[in-house]
Design a protein around this ligand. Sequence first.
Ligand code: B12
Ligand code: SF4
Ligand code: SF4
Length: 413
Amino acid sequence: MQPVQQGANQRRFSCAQITLQPDHRSRLQARAQRFAEGARGSLVGKIEKDGTIGAMHNQNSSRKGAELARAIKARGHDLGFSAVGIARAQIGIAGERLRQWLAMGCHGSMDYMARHADLRCNPQALLPGTLTVVSAALDYKPAAADPESVLADGTLAYISRYALGRDYHKTVRQRLQKLAGAIEELAGPFGYRVFSDSAPVMEVEFARQAGLGWRGKHTLLLSRQGSWRFLGDIYTNLPLPPDEPTSQHCGQCEACLTACPTAAITAPYRVDARRCISYLTIEHDGPIPEPLRPFIGNRIYGCDDCQLCCPWNRFASLGDPDFAPRNGLDALPLAELFAWQEDVFSLRLAGSPIRRIGHRRWLRNIAVALGNGPATEESRRALALRTDYPDTMVREHVVWALARLEARAKRPT
Ligand code: B12
Ligand code: SF4
Ligand code: SF4
């Protein structure tokens, strides 16, 4: 959900390496290999000339690799990750599918998805020497107001479950950094970099390959413990043995396709971001297309409908306490949130992922939700106070919302 950011939390591989020439790259790969071999005796892994990863050779190395992998998973669980698995740093057919998705324009205005497609498809281009991906999941289901009740009350704001508490980018990466530290204790110095929605990495695909779950028809990673999980990865030069992917358990179910308010899941395993409320309210910077506005309801930041309806989420556990709702964000009146001035917005949402969208998109989204809600005096008054707001886009949404409320008020009951 984020444009590329080069994190500072990498060791031994510097950001500059991303643009290195091939001869430098091969020297680095050789160095990465020496790290891996030196640190763990006879463990061996090899990047072939075409970028594919060679198999590990001797039995001794397989046994040591398996022991290390087990220890990494145990440390991951100690750190609060609900699942940790290992994948080879190769994305396979997912690369082709990503390109098809881009060719269809499904990324909308998320230019970074197209710009960094090559890096996303090729872990070794993002971080030379990468052999293995340690994929981890952190649960976020919060103890919050009942989502269905909030969605059904047009005077309240619905905020995605994932955004009610602390910004997960920070939590997940900090946790992965600790896991990397634990791996260093186990294996000695090694090359790595941690990511969680912070760079062009195919996080769902690696989680799937690493056996953390299967891909739901809504495209998210799904497991027997549901999908309320953030994902993160450690790219590493350690040649660890990959896990087996799990089998698919969506069966004949298509509940998420039916539940999606804007029909954004245009086929199983395909989300057209241009129609997705998550994209429209978070990623997209311009006006929200008018035909889609009525379907947004009171969702002012992201959307959970394709997960709320998923039968597997009945088995989800409560998530990490970092993601517990802050400032009552799970059920606040729209009119109250719409009245926040920019300084209040910044203050109340410090440390929240919501702050990333800025005050302007916040007002745009709430205007749409007020326009979709009941035509109360309170909502009309709240909108009327913003009719001379300096930003044209916000004003246009306010005018649209007032017209909707006017039309609704006139309609015979
Ligand atoms: C771009 C993006 C978005 C975009 C596009 C979503 C999308 N489905 O592509 C938008 C803004 C819409 C979005 C929304 C959300 N996102 Co988002 N998003 C990302 C991001 C940055 C990249 C995803 C990506 O690569 N998309 C490109 C397309 C091509 O990939 P894809 O849809 O997954 O398509 C693949 C498959 O469908 C497959 N495929 C195609 N055909 C077929 C056929 C078969 C048979 C099979 C098996 C597979 C298959 O091929 C494609 C390539 O592998 C990731 C973080 C990351 N770096 O990976 C987070 C991420 C996927 N998002 C996440 C979350 C939480 C969400 C939301 C739930 C947030 C919210 N509540 O509002 C929604 C859910 C919407 C949805 N149903 O996807 C989490 C998901 C965690 C999980 N359990 O999987 C991630 C992993 C972030 C994180 N670090 O935790 N997101
Ligand atoms: S997040 Fe909402 S709009 Fe996007 S695909 Fe899921 S249900 Fe549809
Ligand atoms: S709602 Fe059904 S089809 Fe969609 S992800 Fe869940 S189990 Fe799969």
